[in-house]
Design a protein around this ligand. Structure first.
Ligand code: S3P
Length: 176
């Protein structure tokens, strides 16, 4: 596992993938790639509009195609949407040239982070907190397929980024 492999971030919505990814990218000098942002640019639409106009299944196809394309290259920090890892094909692509880190936060923390934000179609529910808990429970087995689980509670994005970089460097140095 060379140091130029991709660092791939997964984890539930609102666990800080984009914020942490940008910090890692800056520190390592690797380009930062956000899969959702690329999809929005390619489609000229917000993710929520893609869900509304074409439905989730179509969004998932676009997401898989984008992940397949982006993971052809190495030496990037890649932030993936929280549902990407649910597809075996995506996980395989994410691991192909990369180390996959899952950011973990409690349902309460996620709720606090997303409650004022209307961007996430899957969390549009009369009871957002319950929806988060339900989805988290369903997805836990998938998130556990990441190479490393990073507990983010009580850590700053800087500290989380440092932890990921340290693990990544250890792997690159062949200590692990
Ligand atoms: C989703 C997460 C979102 C986005 C879409 C679906 C999910 O990305 O891809 O709304 O299924 O968890 P973030 O995790 O960046 O919010």
């Amino acid at each position: 596992m060379g140091q130029s492999h991709n660092i791939v971030l997964t984890g539930f919505m609102g666990t800080g993938k984009t914020t942490v990814g940008k910090i890692i990218s800056k520190k390592l000098g690797y380009p930062f790639v956000d899969i959702d942002e690329l999809i929005e640019k390619a489609m000229g639409m917000r993710i929520s509009e893609i869900f509304e106009k074409f439905g989730e299944a179509r969004f998932r196809d676009i997401e898989s195609a984008m992940i397949s394309h982006v993971t052809e290259k190495t030496g990037q920090v890649i932030s993936t949407g929280g549902g990407a890892i649910l597809k075996e094909e995506n996980l395989a692509n994410m691991k192909k040239k990369g180390v996959v880190f899952c950011l973990n936060a409690s349902a309460d923390t996620v709720f606090e982070r997303v409650k004022h934000n209307d961007d996430r179609p899957l969390l549009r529910s009369p009871d957002v907190r319950a929806k988060i808990k339900e989805l988290m429970d369903k997805r836990r087995v998938f998130y556990e397929k990441a190479d490393y689980m990073i507990e983010t509670e009580n850590l700053t994005p800087e500290e989380i980024a440092e932890e990921i970089i340290n693990i990544y460097k250890e792997i690159a140095d062949g200590k692990n």
